[in-house]
Design a protein around this ligand. Structure first.
Ligand SMILES: Nc1ncnc2c1ncn2[C@@H]1O[C@H](COP(=O)(O)OP(=O)(O)OP(=O)(O)O)[C@@H](O)[C@H]1O
Length: 731
C-alpha cells in the first residue's frame, strides 16, 4: 500500500514547483508510465475541469464570505469561522472526488466511454457544520483513494487468480503440445496484466487528483495566509493606532494629573496661608478685644471727664468771645501797621531813588573836588632806611624833614655842599655849609607812612575809574627809592605790605559789589606789560610775541591798544592777584637775561572798567593805569656804560619825554609829543585833559642819594605845576 501511494506524479510527469519536496517524493516509477488513450486523457481533463470549477466556486464563495465578514467588522471570530467552513468544504470535495474515483474505477471504462459525469458529485458537495467542526486545517489523507487501490488490488488479485486446473496460476507447466491451453493461459495472463494496468492507472489518476487537490488547497491556503496577513497588518495598524491613542490618553491623563497636583499644592499653600491669616486674625482679634476693653475703660473715664470739660468749654467759649473782640481790635491795629509799612516801603523806595541821584551827584562833586585839587597831582613818598642803612643813625633820616601837619611839605637839609645852593628854596642862617630845600606837593608821605595810609589818599582817584574816568598813577624815582614797593608791595599775600595795585583792585571789586544794589554791573579786563629799551613785553603772555601800539581808528574813539597783548577778564580780586604773581614771575625770567631789568624798565598794569546801570540806563567806561617807572637816575650819576648806558639813555629819554608831554599839555601846546616814546604813546589817553593823573615821587632816605632825590623832587614839582585841564567822564 505504501508503494502504491508513493509513486504519484503530475499530469506531465514533472514536479510541481510549488510543492517541490512533496512532488519529488510522489514521482511515480518509470515502470508505471504508459501512453494514455485519448479517452483517458479526455476523462482526466474533464475531472480536472470539474475540480477547477468547484475550486473556483468555492473560492468565490469564500471570497464573498470573507468580504462579508470583513464588511461586518466583527473581527476575527467570523473570519475564523469562514476559514473553517472553507476547509470542511474542501475536504468534502476531496472525499467526493475520491468516491467518484472509486466509483469510476468500479464501474470501469463504461463511465469513461459514455463520458458521463457522475451526478453524485454535486449532490455530495454540501458542507455541513458538523463536518466543518470535525475537520481541522490540515488536508485530510486521501483515504478514499487508498481504499480504492485496496479494492482494486483485491479485485485484481481475485481476477488474476488462474483457474484451477488450467495451470495458468498453479505453476504447472502445460505441455508443449497443449497449444490451446497455453493460449488460454496467455490470454488469462494478458487479461490479468490488463486489469493490473487499469488498476494502476486508476491509482495514478487518484494520486493526480490528490496532488491537484493539494495544490488547490495550497493555493487556497496561500490566499488565506495573505488575507490573514492583511488582517494581521490591519490589526497591527489598529493596535498601533490604539497604542498611539492610549499614549495620548496617558499623556492627557498625566497632564490632568499634573494640573491636579499643582492645584493640590496651590490649595495646600492657600490653606496654609489662610491658616496663618486665621491665626494672625485671631491674635489681632484678641488684641482688639483687649483694646476694646481698654477703650471701654477710657470711654468711662472720658465720660466722667466730659462733664468737667463741658463746664470748661463754656468757660473757654466765653474767653473765645473775648478773644474775638480783642482780635478785631488787633486786626484794625495790623491794618494800620500794614498801611504804615507800605508808606515806609514807599519812603524807602523814594530814599533809594534819592540815594541813586545822590550817588550821581556825589560823582559830580567828587569830580569837581578832583578838578579843584588839580588834574595832575603829585604825592611824595620817602621810604624808610632799611638794613645796614640804619647803622649809625638809629634809622633816623637826618637830612629830611616833614614840618607841616597837613603832610604837604618836605624839607631837605644838605650839609656842606654849596653847589646845590642855586636851587634851594630856603636857606636858613648864613652858614653856607648847610642848605635847606623845601618842596610842596599834594601829599608828602614820610618814611613812617604805611601802605594803607598811602592808599587812602588815592582811593578816591581809583573810585574815579569806576565813575568812567581814565586814571593814571605813576611811580617816579631813582632805583631803590621804593617805587615797586609802593605800586605792588612785597607780596599780595602780605596784607599789610600790599601795594597800590592790589589795594586798588580790592577796592574796585568791593565797590562794584556795592554798586550792584544801585543797578551797576561792571566787567573788568586786566593786562600787564613792561617797556624795556623801548620794546614792549607782555607780562601775562606765555610766549614772547612782538607787540606794537596801535590806535583803534574808530570814530570818536581813538582807543590805544597793544597788538598781541594778553587781556584777562577778571571777576574777583584773587584772579588779579594771580596775574600779579604771574607778571612777577615773567619779570624775574627777564631779569636772568638782563641784570636788574625790573629797575631798568617801565611796567604798566591796566584795568579797563566797563559799567552799566540797569535802573538808570547809565554806562561808564574807565581805565586805571598803574605805572612803575624805570629808575630815574641820571647818566652821569649812575656812571654806567655799554648796555647799561644804552638802558639809561632810553630811560632818560622816555622819562624826559614824559615830562615834556605833561609840560606841553600844561602849556596847551598844539603838538603834544606823545609818540616820542613808547610810554607816552601808550598812555596818551591817560595823560590828557580826559584823564586824572597822579604821580608818586619816591625818594630814597639815603643821604648819598641827596642829588638824585633833589632831581626827582624838582621834576615832580614841574609836573605838579601843570594844569592839564578838566577830566571828562566817558559816559
Ligand atoms: N615804604 C617802605 N617801607 C618798607 N620798605 C620799603 C619801602 N619802600 C621801599 N622799601 C624796600 O626798599 C627796597 C627797594 O624798594 P623798591 O624795590 O620798591 O625800589 P624801586 O624804586 O622799585 O627800585 P627799582 O627801580 O630797582 O625797581 C625794597 O626792598 C623794598 O621792600
Amino acid at each position: 500500500m505504501e508503494d502504491q501511494r508513493k509513486p504519484l506524479a503530475t499530469k506531465n510527469g514533472e514536479g510541481n514547483s510549488r510543492l517541490p519536496m512533496f512532488a519529488s517524493k510522489l514521482r511515480p516509477p518509470s515502470t508505471v508510465k504508459r501512453p494514455r488513450s485519448p479517452e483517458e486523457k479526455q476523462d482526466n481533463k474533464r475531472r480536472c475541469l470539474d475540480y477547477s470549477e468547484k475550486t473556483v466556486e468555492t473560492r468565490a464563495r469564500k471570497s464573498s464570505e470573507t468580504s462579508k465578514v470583513t464588511s461586518t467588522g466583527n473581527g476575527k471570530t467570523v473570519s475564523n469561522g469562514t476559514f473553517t467552513r472553507q476547509r470542511s468544504e474542501t475536504s468534502l470535495n476531496r472525499s467526493t472526488i475520491s468516491n467518484t474515483s472509486l466509483r469510476s474505477s468500479n464501474s470501469g471504462s463504461s463511465l469513461r466511454a459514455n463520458n458521463v459525469r457522475p451526478k453524485a458529485n454535486t449532490a455530495v458537495v454540501k458542507p455541513t457544520t458538523k463536518a466543518a467542526s470535525s475537520t481541522n486545517n490540515r488536508p485530510p489523507p486521501a483515504r478514499g483513494a487508498q481504499g480504492t487501490v485496496r479494492l482494486a488490488t483485491s479485485k485484481t488479485s481475485s481476477a488474476n487468480k488462474p483457474p484451477a486446473g488450467n495451470g495458468g496460476g498453479g505453476g504447472k507447466k502445460r505441455p508443449a503440445w497443449d497449444l490451446k491451453g497455453r493460449l488460454e493461459d496467455m490470454e488469462a495472463k494478458l487479461e490479468k496484466q490488463t486489469n493490473n494496468r487499469e488498476g494502476l492507472m486508476n491509482q495514478m489518476e487518484t494520486q493526480n487528483q490528490r496532488i491537484q487537490s493539494l495544490e488547490s488547497m495550497n493555493h487556497q491556503l496561500s490566499g488565506t495566509v495573505s488575507i490573514k496577513e492583511n488582517i494581521v497588518s490591519q490589526a497591527s495598524e489598529e493596535i498601533t493606532d490604539l497604542k498611539r491613542k492610549l499614549r495620548q490618553e496617558e499623556d492627557k491623563r498625566d497632564e490632568v494629573q499634573r494640573g491636579l497636583q499643582r492645584e493640590i499644592s496651590d490649595m495646600t499653600f492657600l490653606k496654609e496661608t489662610l491658616s496663618r491669616q486665621n491665626e494672625s486674625l485671631q491674635s489681632d482679634l484678641n488684641a482688639r478685644r483687649v483694646e476694646v476693653d481698654g477703650l471701654k475703660a477710657s470711654v468711662a473715664q472720658l465720660t466722667s471727664a466730659q462733664a468737667g470739660m463741658g463746664a470748661e468749654l463754656e468757660n473757654t467759649k466765653l474767653q473765645l468771645q473775648q478773644a474775638v473782640t480783642s482780635n478785631k481790635t488787633k486786626d484794625a491795629e495790623i491794618e494800620r501797621l500794614r498801611n504804615l509799612l507800605e508808606n515806609r516801603d514807599r519812603e524807602i523806595e523814594e530814599q533809594n531813588c534819592q540815594i541813586r541821584s545822590h550817588e550821581t551827584e556825589r560823582r559830580k562833586l567828587h569830580n569837581q573836588i578832583q578838578e579843584l585839587k588839580g588834574n595832575i597831582r603829585v604825592f611824595c613818598r620817602v621810604r624808610p632806611l632799611l638794613g645796614d642803612e640804619t647803622l649809625g643813625n638809629d634809622g633816623i633820616i637826618s637830612h629830611m624833614n616833614f614840618p607841616d601837619q597837613e603832610q604837604r611839605i618836605i624839607e631837605l637839609d644838605k650839609h656842606g655842599d654849596a653847589t646845590l645852593n642855586e636851587s634851594c628854596l630856603t636857606r636858613k642862617g648864613g652858614n653856607n655849609a648847610q642848605s635847606k630845600y623845601e618842596f610842596g606837593f599834594d601829599k608828602v608821605f614820610s618814611d613812617h607812612t604805611s601802605q594803607q595810609q598811602v592808599f587812602e589818599e588815592i582811593s578816591q582817584l581809583v573810585q574815579s575809574a569806576l565813575d568812567g574816568y581814565n586814571v593814571c598813577i605813576f611811580a617816579y624815582g631813582q632805583t631803590g627809592s621804593g617805587k615797586t614797593y609802593t605800586m605792588e608791595g612785597t607780596s599780595v599775600n602780605d596784607v599789610d605790605n600790599r601795594g597800590m595795585i592790589p589795594r586798588a583792585v580790592l577796592q574796585i571789586f568791593d565797590s562794584t559789589r556795592e554798586l550792584e544794589s544801585k543797578g551797576w554791573k561792571y566787567s573788568l579786563d586786566a593786562s600787564f606789560l613792561e617797556i624795556y629799551n623801548e620794546t614792549i613785553h607782555d607780562l601775562l603772555g606765555d610766549e614772547d610775541l612782538k607787540h606794537d601800539i596801535k590806535m583803534s581808528g574808530q570814530k570818536n574813539s581813538n582807543e590805544v591798544f597793544v597788538t598781541n597783548l594778553t587781556i584777562v577778564p577778571v571777576t574777583k580780586e584773587e584772579m588779579v592777584y594771580q596775574l600779579l604773581q604771574k607778571a612777577s614771575k615773567n619779570r624775574s625770567v627777564g631779569e636772568t637775561k638782563c641784570n636788574e631789568r625790573s629797575s631798568r624798565s617801565h611796567s604798566v598794569f591796566t584795568l579797563k572798567l566797563t559799567g552799566e546801570n540797569s535802573i538808570t540806563g547809565e554806562t561808564s567806561q574807565g581805565t586805571l593805569n598803574l605805572v612803575d617807572l624805570a629808575g630815574s637816575e641820571r647818566l652821569k650819576e649812575s656812571g654806567s656804560e655799554g648796555q647799561r648806558m644804552k638802558e639809561t639813555l632810553a630811560i632818560n629819554k622816555s622819562l624826559s619825554n614824559l615830562g615834556n608831554v605833561i609840560m606841553a599839555i600844561g602849556n596847551k601846546d598844539n603838538h603834544i609829543p606823545y609818540r616820542n616814546s613808547k610810554l607816552t604813546y601808550l598812555l596818551q589817553n591817560s595823560l590828557g585833559g580826559n584823564s586824572k593823573t597822579l604821580m608818586f615821587v619816591n625818594v630814597s632816605p639815603k643821604e648819598e642819594c641827596f642829588q638824585e632825590t633833589l632831581n626827582s623832587l624838582r621834576f615832580a614839582t614841574k609836573v605838579n605845576q601843570c594844569n592839564i585841564g578838566t577830566a571828562q567822564q566817558k559816559r
